[in-house]
Design a protein around this ligand. Structure first.
Ligand code: NAD
Length: 291
């Protein structure tokens, strides 16, 4: 089996995959690959698939499959897998780190001190205790965030299109009802036609004034111009994001320079523990294929 590792994985992965055949990371050899391993950077679109006549399996190390043209792959008889269980804790811990960083003004504190300022009086904080967290989408990652929020004494509500049965979470019937009650919102849906642009001006107008939003899901779930206007008016009090329309974002992306935004460069899945788990799941997937 010829395996192309197209994005960055744990350095131990090539050694673990050697049992299955030849492993290489030279993208110029795409035409030889029978298996391609990708994370976020490589887009397994029609163009890439057409350049890989021997391709039998695409494995996306991670959760979202929005960078894979699954329909086209299927039409060519190519199997598509992801590693959905591996990343939940890694992403949930980052979402929670962002959730804590917003009201504690961690980034402003750090940046102002690095600039030689002492904003002890100016940097007023608020607490998570007793506040309401609204989860938009409540699958594997949402549930991990809920467990952490409950430990901090937050009330946790969730909106999802499927039933959510999990201790500490109260499921709310509609998205508008959820956002009307939430002091914090955390996004955990995949990017699909039904979630693209879900957080737009109309929904933002129904949120509590000053609500803080954390996005570790996908950038396009939010309408960036609407959110920027809301951050400028104070309707949204803070936005913390790990996700971008492209990695890295275009320098003109409106939320890069909006007020009260804190940012990380799409590192939700990038814990060393998670990269090891992803590698283990890839080995498991390949062991089950009869190629
Ligand atoms: P999951 O499939 O376990 O959960 C997603 C939930 O969203 C499901 O319960 C689903 O019913 C719900 N949902 C789908 N459409 C909806 C809609 N229109 N309205 C409300 N809910 C809806 O997935 P997960 O493992 O929790 O991952 C969620 C997303 O997180 C991924 O799809 C991916 O986009 C993102 N993610 C980001 C990173 C990162 O690095 N920041 C890493 C991994 C995953």
């Amino acid at each position: 089996m010829k395996i192309l590792i197209s994005d960055s994985f744990d350095p131990s992965l090539p050694g673990k995959l050697a049992q299955f055949g030849e492993v290489f990371d030279d993208k110029a050899r795409l035409g030889e690959a029978e298996v391609i391993l990708i994370r976020s950077k490589t887009k397994a679109n029609r163009d890439l698939i057409d350049q890989a006549p021997h391709l039998k399996v695409i494995i996306r190390g991670g959760v979202g499959l929005d960078n894979v043209d699954r329909e086209y792959a299927q039409s060519r008889g190519i199997l598509v897998f992801n590693t959905p269980e591996a990343s939940s804790v890694a992403v949930a811990e980052l979402a929670f780190a962002l959730l804590i960083a917003l009201p504690n003004r961690v980034v402003e504190g750090h940046t102002s001190m690095a600039e030689g300022k002492w904003l002890k009086k100016e940097l007023k904080r608020t607490e998570l205790l007793g506040k309401t967290l609204g989860l938009i989408g409540c699958g594997r990652i949402g549930r991990e965030v809920a467990a952490r929020a409950a430990a901090f004494g937050m009330k946790v509500l969730a909106y999802d299109v499927v039933p959510v049965a999990y201790p500490a979470i109260t499921q709310v019937d509609g998205l508008e009802a959820l956002v009307a009650e939430a002091d914090y919102l955390s996004l955990h849906t995949p990017l699909t036609p039904s979630t693209r642009g879900l957080v737009n001006a109309e929904l933002i107008a129904k949120m509590k004034r000053g609500v803080k939003i954390v996005n570790t899901a996908r950038a396009a779930v939010i309408v960036e111009d609407d959110l920027r206007a809301a951050l400028e008016s104070g309707q949204v009090g803070g936005y913390a994001t790990d996700v971008w329309p492209s990695d890295p974002p275009d320098p003109g992306y409106p939320l890069l320079h909006a007020p009260n935004v804190i940012m990380t460069p799409h590192i939700g899945a990038s814990t060393s523990e998670n990269l090891l788990r992803i590698g283990e799941q890839i080995v498991q997937i390949l062991s089950q294929q009869n190629l």
